[in-house]
Design a protein around this ligand. Sequence first.
Ligand code: NDP
Length: 446
Amino acid sequence: MDYDFDLIVIGAGSGGVRSARIAASYGKKVAIFETAEVGGTCVIRGCVPKKLLVYASSFVKTFKAASAFGWDVGHNQFNWQRLIANKDEEINRLNKIYLSLLNNSGVKLIPYHARFVNKNTVIANGKEYTAAKILIATGSTPFYPDIKGIEYAVSSNEALSLEQLPKQMTIMGAGYIAVEFASIFNALGVKVNLIYRGDKLLRGFDEDVRNFAQEAFIKNGINVILNSNVVEIKKDNNQFEVLMDSDICLRNQDVILCATGRIANTDNLGLENLQVNLKYNGQLQVDNEQNCGPDSVFAVGDVCNNDNLTPVAIKEGHLLMDRWYGDGKTYIEYDYLPSTVFSQPEIGSCGYTQEQAVEHFGEVKVFTSTFRAMKYAMTEIQDQTFMKLIVAKETDLVVGCHIVGTDAGEMVQGFAVAIKQGITKEKLNQCIGIHPTSAEELVTMK
Ligand code: NDP
């Protein structure tokens, strides 16, 4: 068959752009369809702008610690509008870099919504385009539960660009996005109410980590409301009232942030014209070749809802292109994926929780340490760091590493490399620490 393109990619986020560029670097003719800014959730309205806001909010602690180190810092004034303008400029810069990466690699960017006509054809803006292979990399979008008045809530997309810094806000949910945004706004002086339907935040994380982090969030001033479901949001002038089934009612809320998960972007893709394999909520079921049913249709990233992390989408796409068009033979491995919740305190994790480790490996040895980082020793700041290593008793392999505290993500990234390579506790003990650091604790745990 003579196709217009070797590869069509739908969605120019992290996974889509990487896949398109790598395919083009192998000399393939590639088109990518995107209706929004190139860069996707991570670069435009997720990880990157969020991290810039995390940095902004972390200055508060630095100012607080400064005087103990001899610094007299003047009256601190925070300007939300300046932060947002600078953040927008930075995102604009990154968007341009993404655009030029695509252009320079010879990928054709088509700024229209693509819908499948059949397994080798999409239609966009009234024109049909054909390809030997089509890759779906459309990511995900915020999920809003069916609650009366939910239209008054915003998602993390809008929370990154609020016109004014709110005085009081309500956040619904207790996963990554909820606790990250709660920490940002709380540190910036907003009165944050975090509402969760369960009895402990961060379901899925190690129990000790959940306990430690939740206590720290509360100590930091976040009003954590557990065992409560929002049943109605009412608008009252420019403010909101939040009613819960636990009979708690919050008044005078300036912003309601819904952080109750995300759903795959598969609506209106014309998937009914194909025989694709779906999980629930429209997520695509892929096999280990990233194939989602028809022999020419594949998917990477959040649209498959495997591990919804940018580096995973990038790796899935990159390795797939290497296998198709290069001499690559490697497949992504999902075990021992490191990840970090950029809350305050930060939570870095790699591998199994204690509960999962027991289930998977039988008996485990657990090493924990709680200490006050040296940076805060001379200050009023009482923040503690928590570290936990989980070791499979039979093999001595380190199967879990969890850190709650400053720079947890930076630390876990390094240790994740060793853990993925199968380091034993005995080998870890042979490593020499770097003194004085927090990370040295991980090689000296007894
Ligand atoms: P999560 O799945 O992490 O959390 C969703 C939260 O919403 C949970 O607390 C969940 O409760 C709650 N929830 C779900 N449905 C309802 C409902 N109907 N009513 C009330 N509460 C509800 O999703 P996020 O949106 O926070 O993040 C999406 C994904 O994006 C993450 O899982 C992660 O993979 C990725 N991400 C990664 C980041 C990072 O790496 N730093 C940052 C942000 C996102 P329950 O636990 O009871 O189900």
